[in-house]
Design a protein around this ligand. Structure first.
Ligand code: ZN
Ligand code: ZN
Length: 241
């Protein structure tokens, strides 16, 4: 089946995410825009994913629990998991690798944890936008150990991307897909980085505000509409070489 997807969105738990990006609002906006399946990928945490999954279930929208991990090189990587439990375990691990720097909501924004009805049930004290201690060379195997898959985020961006920070993607990083922004020039990017030839490319919104979410446009073909189907699909892709 053909599914409209967006595998990179943020909630009010990301300090830079708008407080209106609540689990309930996120899934309802996605549904309104015609999406079939989305991933919630807050910076270095999956703590709002279970609520977003529940909110999605109520309206028939599949939510993949995910995270935008910041590696030790400050490269952003989209991580996706088959279920809330594996995502939570990975989230706890990542948090344990983060420096003990507290968020200052007045500067960086709040980091709100919500239930599926948008009640605030807590907040994350550690500043979530800092680098974890997981390096780009370990990220694929580490995420796989938790049952997930991952790919480098917004590689065409001039900050926090594998190309901006490291200059290239190498086969030993072990990725089998990449993410580009809707504005990226695919041909120019592939000409400059031939390793991208034949590589699966996802186009996600990276929305931090409801108004940044995009109309359903990008399609993935899967045997069923589920998080597991996405994970299995990405696992089945050939590694970049
Ligand atoms: Zn990012
Ligand atoms: Zn992002």
């Amino acid at each position: 089946m053909k599914l409209y997807y967006d595998f990179h969105t943020h909630s009010c738990l990301s300090p830079c995410g708008d407080n209106d990006m609540t689990p309930y609002n996120l899934v309802n906006m996605a549904k309104l825009l015609g999406l079939d399946i989305i991933a919630l990928t807050d910076h270095n945490t999956c703590e709002n994913c279970a609520s977003a999954i529940k909110a999605g279930e109520q309206i028939g929208l599949t939510v993949i629990p995910g995270m935008e991990l910041c590696t030790s090189e400050e490269v952003h990587v989209v991580c996706l998991f088959p279920d809330a439990e594996s995502a939570k375990s990975f989230s706890d691990y990542v948090l344990s690798t983060m420096p003990p720097v507290k968020n200052r909501p007045e500067i960086f924004g709040e980091q709100l944890i919500m239930d599926e009805c948008d009640n605030v049930i807590g907040s994350q004290e550690k500043l979530l936008t800092l680098a974890s201690s997981i390096s780009i060379s370990d990220v694929v195997s580490t995420v796989e150990n938790y049952g997930g898959v991952c790919y480098p985020a917004h590689i065409d961006r001039s900050s926090y991307s594998v190309l901006s920070n490291l200059g290239l993607i190498t086969e030993d990083m072990g990725f089998s897909a990449v993410e580009i922004t809707a504005e990226a020039d695919r041909e120019a990017l592939t000409a400059m980085h031939p390793i991208l030839e034949g590589t699966a490319i996802f186009v996600d919104s990276d929305a931090h505000y409801l108004e940044n979410m995009k109309d359903a446009e990008n399609i993935i073909e899967l045997p069923e509409n589920s998080a597991n189907a996405v994970i299995e699909y990405i696992k089945s892709l050939p590694k970049m070489k």
